[in-house]
Write a protein that binds this ligand. Structure first.
Ligand SMILES: Nc1nc2c(c(=O)[nH]1)N[C@H]1C(S)=C(S)[C@@H](COP(=O)(O)O)O[C@H]1N2
Ligand SMILES: [Mo]
Length: 323
């Protein structure tokens, strides 16, 4: 499939590492689980063409590579995760999501109010997206921590165009897999499953909205939401629904999982906003994961730094009420 690592890739700066021998996604993931991704990803970043270092078929999109953003280490991004299907601690998913959970083959369904509803394998879907690109985005979790992540994938707008929504479609609802056999969190019921998220259709079609199939030029690890997950950089991390099996066009606003869980604390919009605090903590600043010894803090930016691009989506909307 297209999101496989081709056999002839090499890492210029670490030609001696065993990673150059990993030809298949499966092997890559197995090793990731065992070795805990011990290589220093920041070394890969010294080259200008970030993705080319790993040979993943992706091109850096220079429009989304602000040189002021220094990506977090691959190790931090892939070992400090929220994925409640595989446990509630940050360290659980890297172990539990790599114990027999298969993320290929993987069927994706396009459904609801659209002219071209269909079911297709994720590799066929990716093949229709004419190429994978890399974008470096800020990432801000509602728990007041942040990272910078080089995502590989395609604009969500391309997937929406493939489904061809009808005029009545106003929202896009996205659903994670449901399989309690492989998901300890689903067996325990630590949330209402399957995990659901949603966007207004104009938000979903915004140029920043992205579907990630990779990180740092490598296929996206299970713990980060293989084989495809949402990326909406101006919103809190819980909107970034992982391991999606269904994209559904709806007329009514979907009820997202965290809103269903605790609507006073988590809303539908979840736009990063330093002036609207979480009922139990301030959102004015954030801890930078991997930002040195105890982790440095920085001010949180309106819309996570994407205000120029997205503020227009929310003209006339009370962002205090619509958190
Ligand atoms: N299916 C599913 N998607 C999910 C979550 C989850 O528990 N289940 N957690 C969310 C939260 S709270 C965050 S912060 C991000 C974390 O993404 P990361 O682990 O790749 O950093 O995934 C989001 N997507
Ligand atoms: Mo989060």
């Amino acid at each position: 499939m297209l999101i496989r690592t081709p056999p002839d890739w090499e890492l210029p700066e670490s030609a001696a590492t065993p990673e150059q021998h990993y030809h298949a996604r499966r092997d890559f993931l197995k090793t990731l689980g065992l070795a805990g991704a011990a290589f220093a990803a920041h070394d890969l970043l010294s080259t200008d063409v970030l993705a080319a270092t790993a040979g993943f078929p992706t091109k850096v999109n220079p429009a989304y590579r602000d040189p002021a953003l220094k990506p977090s280490s691959y190790e931090a991004i892939t070992n400090y995760n929220n994925f409640y299907e595989f446990g509630t601690s940050k360290e659980d998913p890297v172990v539990l999501a790599n114990r027999g959970w298969k993320t290929e083959p993987w069927t994706v369904e396009l459904a609801g109010l659209c002219r071209a509803p269909q079911k297709l394998d994720v590799s066929d879907l990716v093949a229709k997206m004419d190429g994978i690109e890399q974008r470096v985005y800020r990432f801000r979790c509602v728990e007041a921590w942040s990272m910078i992540i080089p995502w590989d994938g395609f604009p969500l707008a391309k997937l929406i165009a493939l489904a061809d929504p009808l005029p009545d479609a106003k929202f896009l609802k996205m659903t994670t897999f449901l399989d309690p056999k492989v998901s300890p969190g689903q067996r325990q019921g630590n949330l209402d499953y399957p995990y659901v998220e949603g966007l207004r259709l104009d938000e979903a079609n915004h140029e920043l909205s992205f579907i990630a199939t990779g990180i740092y030029g490598k296929p996206i690890p299970n713990q980060n939401g293989a084989p495809l997950r949402l990326v909406v950089p101006w919103k809190y991390g819980f909107k970034y629904v992982k391991s999606i099996v269904k994209f559904e066009f709806t007329a009514k606003q979907p009820l997202n999982t965290w809103q269903a869980m605790q609507s006073r604390e988590y809303g539908f919009y979840a736009n990063v906003n330093p002036t609207v605090d979480h009922p139990r903590w301030s959102q004015a600043s954030e801890r930078v994961i991997g930002g040195g010894g105890l982790g440095s803090r920085q001010r949180t930016l309106m819309f996570n730094g994407y205000e120029k691009q997205v503020a227009g989506l929310y003209k006339g909307l009370d962002l205090r009420k619509n958190y």
